[in-house]
Design a protein. Structure first.
Length: 314
């Protein structure tokens, strides 16, 4: 039986753009990152590129934003790997070290003229609109818009990666967590008094960008449904083929002419795929039918997921 897999993040969006040598140099930085950080950076860039397209950014702005997303975690090159990829909970001291990847990323970008245009996202992608982020605790008016976009994509991918989604079923629960981050906190912390009044009605992330992310996620769900539907067509064709073998066997049994029996026997040989025999084809058909039921159920769940997401309020 054909194996079925769905690539949750197929990083193809940027292929639509022509990259010059400078951009290729910038992206080559990713090859120095550990595999987890590299994959995360690619995922975030994919999301940011598509968010920018929904925001109707022009070509240059979309490329610039996407490159910012690719390089937002460049500072992690200077974080010890044993801390960066620690499987258990970080200590307070280790978390403080992790947080320095923002300032380290800024310094890396500022030291390299080819990376300098992307310093803002590296520095500010963990800043919060309400002033509770890091490293500087600045509020909405001081956070570059690209950093606000990267933060939404960054948080989404971090949660989905941690939960190890292989499908978009129940992805709405992740979006609900992000909705909470758009709401004001009951008790503001680490906010200067003169900023408190300005930021007290804000959450951590930009609600408009989150709404755009919803559209991107729905696009991904629609794509996943299309992939499953293609596989369903394959399963249905295989079941139909095996059903035909059953019909031919019945015709052989009911036929009185040796010529007809020979014809149907030859037809059965033609219909049998490698590994299939008259002894096992019904078992194989049953497997196909079971998988078909699972995939049709998955399609229904994905359509339900779209309905849930469309009802979410930000």
């Amino acid at each position: 039986m054909k194996s079925y897999s769905f690539d949750f993040y197929n990083s193809s969006s940027l292929k639509a753009y022509n990259l010059n040598d400078t951009m290729r140099y910038q992206l080559a930085i990713l090859n120095r990152m550990d595999p987890i950080t590299k994959k995360h950076s690619e995922n975030v860039a994919n999301l940011v590129c598509r968010i920018c397209e929904y925001l109707r950014f022009n070509w240059q702005a979309t490329i610039h934003s996407t490159m910012n997303a690719y390089l937002h975690d460049v500072g992690k090159l200077e974080i010890p790997v044993e801390i960066l990829n620690k499987p258990t909970k970080l200590t307070d001291e280790e978390y403080e070290i992790i947080k320095t990847h923002t300032t380290k990323g800024y310094e890396i970008c500022m030291k390299d003229i080819k990376l300098r245009p992307y310093a803002a996202a590296a520095l500010c992608h963990h800043e919060a609109l309400n002033g509770t982020g890091y490293p500087r605790g600045i509020g909405k008016k001081d956070i570059p818009y690209i950093a606000q976009i990267v933060r939404v994509a960054d948080e989404y991918d971090a949660i989905t990666s941690k939960r190890q989604y292989t499908t978009h079923v129940n992805i709405s629960s992740t979006l609900k967590l992000l909705i909470n981050d758009t709401k004001p906190e009951e008790h503001m912390k680490v906010v200067a008094l003169d900023q408190l009044k300005i930021n007290q009605k804000m959450g951590k992330i930009n609600p408009r960008i989150l709404k755009i992310l919803f559209k991107v996620v729905i696009d991904d769900i629609v794509y996943e449904i299309a992939c499953i539907e293609e596989y369903v067509k394959y399963l249905e064709s295989e079941i139909k083929r095996l059903n035909t073998i059953d019909k031919y066997l019945e015709k052989i049994e009911n036929s009185h002419k040796e010529k007809d029996k020979a014809y149907f026997s030859e037809s059965i040989k033609y219909l049998l795929s490698p590994g299939e025999t008259l002894d096992n084809f019904r078992d194989i058909r049953k497997e196909y039918e079971n998988v078909l039921n699972v995939k049709n159920d998955a399609i229904l769940k994905l359509f339900d997921e779209i309905k849930i997401i469309k009802r979410l309020k930000v």
